[in-house]
Design a protein around this ligand. Structure first.
Ligand code: NAP
Length: 243
């Protein structure tokens, strides 16, 4: 039977996979959550928006006769990944995750590991400093309890809700980022603490390398746990799995 593939996207890896599936003439659909105002155009038919939880995804898989799901979402998109595991089990559809290894601290890195966002907020309970928050937009509000800091927020879109920080600046930019630019940005804003998710991969790595060069601390948020599933690390492996 000819495979019918659903790609859960929102990452650089998902975009590379979409190109490979298109080049290979696969019957595949790309799915975005709809968080970003102008998501990257994909060379595959694209749908945007949540499925409506596990049951909604099960219905989608049945209605569209999906045979293979590739979860290429961000390592911190844990809800989507959990839903994919549960829905594919229920619908008896094959599932893999395409993801990247997490970052490991190198010599000279000054990382404080925290298990989750609440841990990162707790780690900022200290005297005033200049913090770069590179964590996306969804959980920014949690940091408003620490008004003593100045925040540099790097976001994909301009914020649409009021941010309750006393002192902050927004930089709107979409990755991939490079070391030269991130060093310049962090130096210009006199950043002395970086908060980052352990996203892994290369697109968002530059700020971590810049922090090491500057000798500043990184509050590193560990990855959330997701249920066991088959994981591949490259587009080629994902294509081999489909075949
Ligand atoms: N979290 C991050 O740090 C981060 C960073 C970069 C990119 N992203 C991307 O941004 C998107 C949302 O991430 P998140 O952390 O908000 O996800 P999440 O918390 O795991 O997911 C929340 C809900 O959003 C919907 N959703 C998420 N990804 C989807 C997709 N690719 N297609 C359709 N619906 C999706 C699902 O809604 P329903 O339950 O209604 O199906 C899901 O239950 C993902 O595509 C992810 O790859 C996330």
């Amino acid at each position: 039977m000819r495979p019918t593939v659903l790609v859960l996207g929102g990452t650089t890896e998902a975009t590379a996979l979409a190109q490979a599936l298109s080049d290979g003439g696969y019957d595949a659909t790309f799915s975005y959550a709809g968080r970003v105002a102008q998501p990257k155009a994909q060379p595959l038919p694209t749908r945007i928006g949540g499925f409506g939880g596990v049951d909604g995804l099960v219905n989608y898989l049945h209605e569209h006769h999906i045979t293979h799901v590739i979860d290429a979402t961000h390592p911190f998109a844990a809800q989507m990944s959990r839903n994919a595991v549960a829905a594919c089990r229920k619908a008896d559809v094959r599932l893999i995750a395409l993801t990247r290894p997490e970052w490991l601290a190198l010599k000279g890195d000054r990382w404080t590991h925290v298990p989750d966002m609440a841990g990162a907020v707790g780690a900022l309970d200290r005297g005033s400093c200049r913090v770069m928050l590179a964590i996306g937009k969804q959980q920014l509000a949690e940091f408003a309890v620490h008004r003593q800091h100045h925040y540099l927020l790097r976001l994909v879109d301009e914020p649409t809700v009021a941010l309750r920080f006393d002192s902050y600046e927004v930089v709107v930019a979409q990755g991939p980022f490079n070391l030269t630019d991130d060093l310049a940005l962090m130096r210009a804003h006199k950043i002395d603490l970086l908060v980052s998710k352990n996203a892994g991969g290369t697109a968002a790595r530059a700020k971590i390398d810049a922090a090491r060069e500057m000798g500043i601390e990184v509050v590193m948020i560990d990855r959330p746990k997701v249920p066991k599933r088959i994981v591949v690390g490259s587009v080629d492996d994902a294509l081999r799995w489909i075949r």
